[in-house]
Design a protein around this ligand. Structure first.
Ligand code: ACO
Length: 708
């Protein structure tokens, strides 16, 4: 398709909008969209289109798009699917830039060819397509509500991109009831052309948008998405909800919009790599979207909890650990700060426990201390409603403290109690104050703020130039392709590791017994002998492997027994020789893999070997290529990481060697796109400074036409 795409601003800030299928009937979608555009205060030109002509809501109705003489930036199409293509052709002849196709009945129900026909035609004529199967677009900058959702949308700092239309409309309603202001909300539906990344590019640079919330079912072009997210999260908070976490959910998502739900753990890890906050539920995501624009970024990592109840204080502490909020633990300092506000049977240790008899004055004093102390960077203020507790007084205190300190220090509140507490929370939340029933919700939002701070402060890990001999790797691939193979032989895999500079045990291929002995003597004992044959994949099953060979006599015995056993088990196999391989010293076994992921393209994987990967699935993924900093994060993320730091008096392992291997694997998978899977298992890692050895590697080529 030609890349003559119009500027995305014309979609979000069109100067003129045509509504194709603007209905005379108020119950129809085409009427509702026109009504929302008009009532929403859109200041550009509006052109309703309907073959019946006449007038709707005081606007002249054009019988055809062809009748409109002015330029049209955006055409919203809401007519039945069989008529859409013709309308798109007419839009092309009028130089329309963007099409928002509301209509359902395309790829989501298997009508893929018609959807493709429309998109190909549109792109060939310089138009871009949002949808089909969408509720439309709301954009605050243009006061444009071209949706069939709620008529009134509050303007604000949150931009929402949603793959599900119904959920998006419901979110519009929810943002209204929660008083969350939107900078935009856009439905991407079948993503036939415009996808979330195209929209992110606008929202990422649009100055009113501080938070971007995405609901995604499946990622199609993950490489593009990763690039955009990595840039945007440096300045904005990006929150994602991805359905399809469970197996059932993934199947439902795949059939929902005709897109594939990527592997969930890959998605999660890559989102973390990009600095995106993944929420599990819509309410988490909306809470965070509402809270982030209201709070100042913390200046440091010292958080204090103020509570009137031990239990809820402990819950707040648990939540802090869960959501990455660090509690201030300078106990002498805490004591000197809070001893005057805490009764003798309370506690100045963090949580600062004012006890069940806490008065509003106690809270006021403690809050003032916490909010004014330079050492304290953020505050979690929680309260349980008791018979003694003045709920309204607490609500006033919340409001006053928040108003006074909101731009200086982040503070979140929780109030757990009965009807009176609920009423106070509802009033405070209307004013945008981050107060929650559940202390976990409050701490989650503060945790989100710290994640954002982490993104901003994250040192830019310099990309390390990793040299891999691409020409040599291509030569090896060509040999396999010529043989019609997608699986590389062990010697070929070994040669690829060598071309990438990944240390592997020394090995040679002996064509006869004399060579076998000579090579073993050269390499040095102990050695391993392995049969080399394209037909023998599972060598051990046919007696094709001999380990721990200690001298010349043993080489002779092992060589002969390998040849005899393989001939006996697989008489038709062509035996090319026997590989004589250095037997590596034991160390910690890890796995480093890389593959082309269907959603994200090249990804790398790291895990500890054996049961850690097989049973516990204790692995980490990243989009490739990775920086050294990202490789270090991957390694430290797995649960078995302490084993690499050295346990029970063992020395720390050579983590730099693993980093090096991950970088090189990332480079191979990114640069040599004919390789679809490469896995080193095990990479044996030695003590710090002593390196690592890739003992075995498995390489699979992509399923492209085999070259003859
Ligand atoms: N140009 C302009 N107007 C036209 C054309 C045309 N080529 N052809 C028909 N029209 C007019 C019709 O005359 C009609 O106007 P009228 O009511 O004044 O007679 C109007 O366009 C609408 O056409 P209808 O045939 O009445 O179609 P209807 O409105 O019932 O349905 C719709 C059209 C809404 C696009 C439907 O086909 C559809 O796809 N519905 C699903 C939409 C949807 O859910 N999208 C996903 C949203 S996200 C979510 O899940 C919530």
């Amino acid at each position: 398709m030609p890349d003559n795409k119009p500027d995305i601003t014309s979609l979000f800030e069109p100067k003129s909008v045509a509504i194709v299928g603007a209905s005379h009937e108020p119950s129809k979608i085409g009427y509702k969209i026109l009504e929302n555009v008009i009532r929403g205060g859109y200041s550009g030109k509006v052109y309703p289109v309907n073959p019946k002509g006449g007038e709707i809501l005081g606007y002249r109705v054009y019988k055809s798009i062809l009748e409109i003489e002015d330029a049209i930036d955006l055409a919203c199409i809401s007519i039945p699917a069989p008529f859409v293509f013709e309308a798109v052709q007419q839009c092309a002849s009028r130089g329309v830039k963007y099409l928002a196709i509301i209509t359902s009945g395309f790829s989501e129900v298997g009508n893929i060819s018609e959807e493709r026909r429309i998109v190909e035609f549109a792109r060939a004529h310089g138009m871009r397509v949002l949808g089909p199967n969408i509720f439309g677009i709301y954009s605050a900058n243009a006061s444009l509500n071209a949706t069939f959702g709620p008529a009134q949308i509050r303007k604000g700092n949150v931009g929402i991109i949603t793959q599900s239309g119904a959920l998006g409309i419901a979110m519009m309603g929810k943002t209204q009831s929660e008083n969350i202001g939107l900078s935009a909300i856009i439905s991407i539906g079948n993503k036939s052309d415009i996808d979330e990344t195209d929209l992110l590019e606008y929202l990422g640079s649009e100055q009113n948008t501080r938070v971007i919330l995405m609901y995604i079912e499946g990622v199609k072009n993950g490489e593009k998405l990763v690039d955009a997210l990595k840039k945007i999260t440096k300045t904005k908070t990006v929150i994602v909800i991805k359905s399809g976490r469970s197996r059932r959910g993934a199947i439902a998502a795949a059939s929902h919009t005709g897109s594939l739900a990527g592997e969930d753990n890959v998605f999660s890890d890559i989102m973390r790599q990009c600095g995106v906050i993944r929420c599990e539920t819509i309410s988490e995501a909306l809470n965070l979207s509402k809270t982030v624009p209201e709070l100042a970024l913390p200046s440091g990592e010292n958080t204090v909890i103020i509570t009137n109840g031990g239990g809820v204080g402990v819950l707040a502490a648990d939540a802090s650990e869960k959501y990455g909020v660090n509690l201030y633990s300078d106990y002498p300092k805490l004591k000197s700060l809070f001893q005057d506000c805490v009764p003798q049977f309370g506690s100045t240790k963090n949580p600062v426990d004012l006890t069940g008899q806490a008065t509003i004055q106690n809270y006021r004093d403690a809050l003032k201390k916490a909010l004014e102390a330079d050492e304290i960077s953020s505050v979690i203020c929680v309260a349980c409603e008791t018979a003694l507790f003045d709920v309204e007084g607490y609500a006033d205190l919340i409001k006053n403290s928040f108003d006074q300190y909101r731009h200086k220090k982040p503070i979140v509140f929780s109030l757990f109690g009965g009807k009176k507490a609920d009423e106070c929370i509802a009033i405070l939340r209307k004013d945008g104050i981050p107060v929650f029933h559940d202390v976990y919700d409050a701490v989650f939002c503060l945790g989100g703020l710290y994640r954002q701070l982490g993104n901003l402060k994250k040192p830019q890990s310099a990309e390390r130039e990793v040299m891999v001999d691409k020409a040599r790797i291509q030569e090896i691939i060509e040999i396999a392709r010529r043989d019609g193979r997608r699986f590389l032989l062990s010697a070929e895999a070994h040669a690829i590791l060598e071309a990438a500079g990944i240390p592997a045990p020394e090995s040679r291929i002996a064509r006869n017994l004399e060579e076998a002995v000579a090579f073993a003597e050269e390499i040095g004992y102990p050695v391993v002998l392995k049969v080399v044959s394209k037909q023998i994949i599972h060598k051990s099953d046919v007696g094709g492997v001999a380990l721990d060979i200690l001298n010349k006599e043993e080489v002779i015995d092992a060589y002969q027994s390998i040849i005899n056993s393989c001939r006996q088990h697989m008489p038709d196999a062509h035996i090319e020789g026997v590989e004589i391989c250095e037997m590596v010293e034991p160390g910690i076994e890890v796995i480093v893999g890389a593959r082309i992921d269907p959603s994200f393209g090249p990804v790398v994987m790291f895990g500890l070997g054996g049961i850690y990967v097989e049973v516990m699935k204790d692995v980490a993924f990243r989009a490739a290529p990775v920086t050294p900093g990202e490789a270090v994060e991957m390694i430290s993320e797995v649960k078995g990481y302490p084993l690499l730091l050295g346990v029970r008096g063992e020395k720390k392992k050579d983590i730099n060697s693993i980093v090096d291997c991950i970088l090189k694997m990332g480079m191979i998978i990114n640069e040599c796109r004919e390789i679809s899977d490469i896995e080193i298992n095990p990479l044996v890692v030695y003590d710090d400074g002593e390196g690592a050895r890739a003992v075995d590697a498995r390489i699979i080529l992509s399923n492209k036409e085999v070259k003859k």
